[in-house]
Design a protein around this ligand. Structure first.
Ligand code: KG4
Ligand code: ZN
Length: 335
């Protein structure tokens, strides 16, 4: 089975074709980061308009790279939510129309299921069941994946997502958008031990997380140093390191607890923050001690992409699912 996947939930237009026998046939991505960077974050209306501009050219490219015609597709998967309403509607409208025109099923995919399944695109893919830590710009959650579509929530952020905290802290330090890669690069020059940030919600049992306090802590730290405008490069690097260590340690502590609570031996880590080098290092140490194997998507598939949506759609199509009716609807909030 061959499925086209379309991702337009936020600021990347992603398109890909996945074949259940041959794997990923082709994929293309256009990132709007440069366009939004000047505003310090994603501007929803600009995002929607750019998806309109990019989607069809990317689609043509992906079909041509895969060397297949539109008639050789068995389904069209698209991100139906969660995400920005206008941005989602672009992908949903195009996907629904193409599926109708080609006479194949349309497959609405939950964006976070796309992230969750992205590590299964790798050669060394985890088998179900596994525990997953999903950390992106919009979500931070821990869940137990028992089988395709059988996901038991274990914990989530009660406020900001981990990636969102990176983005906001970076903005306070005058770094560019997105903040995760900027902070992680800067932290390499940081001196350990100058600041000690809290590890939120780790002093009590449970798998929920909270990252908004770290934002305030960052703001206060910058304030104590005299304000963002007087920070020198070393100050910024030291704050970046202390902030990153706090987020990473918190995530590692929660993962350790989740593995102990479930007894699972496989941990999947996905979503934009899973690209973070320090997170990968510290998880390797902590999980190694527990005999837990950690799985990541390839670096290109940590952040948003069409491949993960094509893949999730293909698995759902193979399981007999399809969208009924011709309505185009999206779920900007989708638990
Ligand atoms: O999964 P993603 O592309 O989009 C959402 O679904 O939100 O994740 C984007 C988030 C941003 O908040 C970005 O700052 C963060 O992932 N991110 C990182 C890194 N690369 C991206 N955070 C920490 N370290 C990184 N290397
Ligand atoms: Zn995402």
């Amino acid at each position: 089975m061959r499925v086209l996947g379309i991702e337009t939930s936020c600021d990347e237009t992603g398109v890909a074709v996945y074949d259940t026998e041959q794997g990923l046939l082709s994929q293309a991505l256009f990132s709007q980061i440069d366009m939004h960077a000047v505003y310090g974050g994603v501007v929803p209306e600009l995002a929607s308009r750019d998806h309109v501009r990019r989607l069809l050219p990317l689609l043509r490219q992906v079909l041509s790279d895969a060397g297949i015609g539109a008639r050789e597709l068995d389904g069209v998967a698209y991100t139906a939510g969660p995400g920005l309403a206008g941005a989602l509607l672009v992908g949903a409208g195009v996907a629904r129309a193409l599926a109708y025109g080609w006479g194949v099923p349309a497959l609405p995919v939950h964006h976070m299921e796309g992230h969750l399944l992205a590590p299964l695109l790798e050669d060394d893919a985890p088998d179900f069941p596994f525990v997953a830590l999903l950390v992106s710009g919009g979500h931070s959650l821990l869940l137990e994946a028992r089988a395709l579509g059988e996901y038991v929530p274990l914990g989530e952020s009660v406020d900001d997502a981990a990636g969102e905290a990176f983005d906001k802290a970076a903005k306070m330090m005058g770094l560019g958008y997105p903040g995760g890669p900027a902070i992680s690069r800067l932290a390499e020059q940081g001196r350990a031990g100058r600041f000690r940030f809290p590890r939120p919600m780790t002093d009590r049992p449970g798998l929920d997380m909270s990252f908004s306090g770290l934002k305030t802590f960052t703001l206060n730290t910058i304030h104590d140093l005299g304000g963002a405008t007087v920070l020198d490069d070393q100050d910024r690097a030291d704050v970046a390191l202390a902030f990153q260590e706090a987020v990473v340690d918190t995530l590692v502590i929660k993962c350790r607890r989740a593995m102990q609570a479930t007894g699972a031996k496989r941990l999947v880590v996905a979503g934009g923050v899973s690209a973070n080098g320090m997170l990968r290092e510290r998880l390797a140490q902590a999980m190694g001690k527990l005999g837990v194997k950690v799985y990541y998507p390839g670096l290109a598939y940590c952040t948003d992409n069409g491949a993960m949506i094509a893949y999730a759609g293909a698995l759902r199509l193979a399981a007999g699912e399809r969208q009924e009716g011709l309505g185009v609807s999206v779920r900007p909030r989708w638990p």
